[in-house]
Design a protein around this ligand. Structure first.
Ligand code: SF4
Length: 537
């Protein structure tokens, strides 16, 4: 059940004595801003991809609503909720203005929501903002929205609301020049106690990225801008004192400004574990001071997401991405061997000019360097990005439906891309899950990881005709059968690797096909968690 967002979950009533009331009445009479009441009610809303996510963007808007803040409320939903139910809950609040955050994961649902709202409440003024509406073309029909704010709308939303309140005409689409971060009120006090207890707390110390990777929206940023770190750290301290322990930094390149990064890491290192801090970092910049701090983090406290995307210099050059191979290799080795940080590497399928063979080499190389989670993504064409300049040269064909995936290009047929989407899904459930840490290695022992997993993923799909809803027992059985019948591995050897994988989580029963081998296996049954941390974003 949703209720209007309040500044804090805990509410302390204020009692005035008589001697306080008269000065207060006087103050209200002579100081209009204190008794300001808007005639409008404003709702800020979005559809998050999961309940554990909290929308920092809405809280920035709320923080900057000035005298309209008392009449503004936040309502958050997830993309899994029924759209008509969401519309009902919004309309129950009887808003005059609805501000909606639009992202790649919710744009189709937002379009449906607007459609319903405008049918049943045509007078409701709908304002859209967020990355999905910040660049043209809009590929989802959002024509029913009244206003669209393009860019960082922290203050622009308030300014538009004032125009609406005062009947001042405004353009339907307003491109915003980058606001000075000094003039933006920070959002952190508007995470409720419930958010702090139950959800990731999203934070940032900077905005923008200096690099120009052509597939990425952040490449459109003109420059990197930093918040006043002393002030931000004070806010983090308040969050910590309120019990926040799960921090996700949305900075695109956290390890760019060493002084700032070190101060933030020092903030966490001064705290008592357990806590969790997630950062996106570039792979080629881990100077000594940063290394020393990363080494000091306790197990499970630090998660680093590192975009690799490709290790092929020609492809990196095609997309204007810096690639310092020696530094990448050195830094991954450092993180792998000298830290307990959870590392998450990203690769992309479908980059202009990249064949499956080249992608396979990337994966094999990363597997040689690291045993960490490797997320395989499919190239997307985001409005505004420069990746479109390759459309003709590499016959790039993309879907116009979110998430705007590549469908084919000169190097990859539609069939190839379909196969690689399934490869990525099976890679997640078999490798990234950590559920088959010992047994999966038998698939490629001494050979190409890519080639062997490619053949395995083709075979799984032949057997199941599915990529989802394959139970853990079925996954194990498929792997056992493939290793025994296709790779012609000795069944006892496969069982020896698989039984500890299956029994490492308490309560899991041994399936019948493994029981004959159980006596030969020394079961490491209480090894703790299943391997890698799952991707949290
Ligand atoms: S991919 Fe990373 S480094 Fe490249 S522009 Fe985007 S945020 Fe910056």
């Amino acid at each position: 059940m949703f209720s209007p967002f309040h500044k804090r979950d805990t509410y302390t009533p204020i009692n005035f004595s008589n001697s306080q009331v008269f000065p207060l009445l006087f103050l209200l009479a002579v100081w209009p801003p204190l008794c300001y009441t808007s005639t409008m009610k404003i709702i800020l809303s979005t559809l998050n991809s999961r309940y554990t996510h909290s929308a920092i963007g809405l809280r920035y808007l709320y923080a900057n609503m000035q005298e309209l803040q008392n009449d503004t409320h936040i309502l958050e939903f997830t993309i899994n909720e029924a759209i008509q139910g969401i519309a009902e809950k919004i309309l129950d609040q009887e808003p005059d203005i609805l501000g909606l955050g639009v992202y790649i994961w919710n744009v189709d649902k937002i379009a449906e929501l607007i459609h319903i709202l405008k049918k049943v409440a045509p007078k409701l003024i709908i304002v859209l903002g967020g990355p999905e509406v910040s660049y043209l073309p809009f590929r989802v029909n959002l024509d029913a929205a009244d206003y669209i704010i393009q860019g960082e709308g922290d203050r622009a939303f308030y300014e538009l609301c004032k125009k609406i309140e005062n009947d001042i005409p405004a353009e339907r689409i307003t491109p915003i020049s980058l606001p000075d971060l000094k003039n933006i009120k920070l959002p952190y006090e508007y995470y409720s106690d419930h958010d702090i207890q139950n959800r990731y707390i999203y934070v940032e110390i900077s905005r923008g990225c200096p690099f120009e990777c052509e597939f990425c929206l952040s490449s459109m940023d003109e420059k990197v801008r930093a918040f006043d770190l002393e002030v931000v750290l004070e806010e983090f301290e308040k969050l910590w004192e309120r019990g926040a322990r799960n921090f996700k930094f949305v900075d695109r390149t956290f390890n760019l400004n060493m002084k700032a990064a070190n101060m933030v890491l020092d903030f966490f290192l001064s705290k008592e574990p357990p806590y969790f801090a997630h950062f996106e970092v570039i792979p080629d910049h881990f100077p000594k001071s940063l290394r020393e701090k990363i080494k000091s983090f306790p197990h499970g406290a630090l998660q680093l997401e590192i975009g690799i995307q490709t290790l092929n210099p020609e492809i990196a050059n095609n997309i204007a991405r810096q690639l310092k191979l020696d530094k990448i290799e050195e830094n991954i080795a450092f993180l792998e061997n000298e830290t307990t940080a959870h590392i998450h590497l990203d690769l992309i399928v479908g980059l202009p000019g990249e064949s499956l063979e080249s992608f396979g080499k990337n994966l094999d190389e990363l597997m040689r360097l690291s045993s960490c989670e490797i997320q395989i993504g499919i190239l997307k064409k985001l409005s505004g990005t420069h990746i479109k300049r390759h459309d003709e040269t590499f016959s790039m064909v993309y879907s116009d439906i979110p998430p705007y995936d590549i469908l084919q290009n000169t190097h990859l047929s539609f069939k190839d891309i379909q196969i690689m989407k399934r490869f990525a899904r099976f890679w997640d459930i078999y490798y990234n899950s950590g559920n088959f840490k010992r047994s999966l290695k038998l698939l490629w022992e001494g050979e190409s990881v890519y080639e062997n997993f490619y053949a395995f993923s083709l075979w799984i799909y032949e057997q199941t005709d599915a990529t989802h809803k394959i139970s853990l027992q079925r996954q194990a059985e498929l792997l056992f059968n493939y290793l025994a019948t296709r790779k012609l591995r000795n069944k006892a050897d496969v069982a020896k690797a698989m039984i500890p994988d299956i029994l490492k989580l308490k309560g899991r029963a041994l399936p019948a096909y493994l029981k004959p081998f159980a006596n030969d296996v020394e079961v490491a049954s209480k090894l703790g968690t299943s391997g890698f941390n799952k991707r949290q974003n």
